[in-house]
Design a protein around this ligand. Sequence first.
Ligand SMILES: [Zn+2]
Length: 230
Amino acid sequence: MVNIFRTLAESAPVPVCLHLDHSTSIDYCKKCADAGYTNIMIDASKQSYEENIRQTKEVVDYCHAIGGISVEGELGTVGGVEDQIKVAEDEAQLANPEQSVEFVERTGVDIFAPAIGTAHGVYKTKNPKIDFERMAVIHKMLNGNGIKTPLVVHGGTGLPDDYVTKLLAAGGAKFNVSTELKHTLLDAKWEYLSAHRDEYDPGKLDVFVRDATRKAVMHWMDKLGCEGKA
Ligand SMILES: [Zn+2]
């Protein structure tokens, strides 16, 4: 499977990584690194601060020794949409700016996901509470410290457009929108199959789903201003 996806990624006209998202297992991260993944996220954010650093650093050291693999770490709680408001209002669950700098320095992560109140899934409110200020402070502290560490926004699906603009201005460099892509994929399958009940050609279904997914990805690339930056 990795070989198939690496071949597809390498033949794309823009840089594409093979990303492992939110792995809580060091062994699984290492297995994927060995298999040829090019971007690995170790998510030890549920552990204590020190344990998070220890586990993240172990994965970073392993992947960097192999070479050609970037590693993402997370600090604070990026929960589900059920708890979004609760998490956003509880400072203790968000990434602390001083600790963020220490975390990046001690682990050596290439990209960093600070919890700022975003959540996985589809937001239950039109105006989710997001700590833009915290994002900007962390970005400034990290990049004013001689390190260049792009910041990741988890829970990008369903964020209002002006929130996305503000997060970009505050230093967001990678947006995760897997919920939207999952919805697109399944809705497209449903749409095609419902309209073609007598057709038994999986290839046509795949093409339809691929085109729908491509459209969704291109929409986000436009929104995030990726065009021409590869
Ligand atoms: Zn995530």
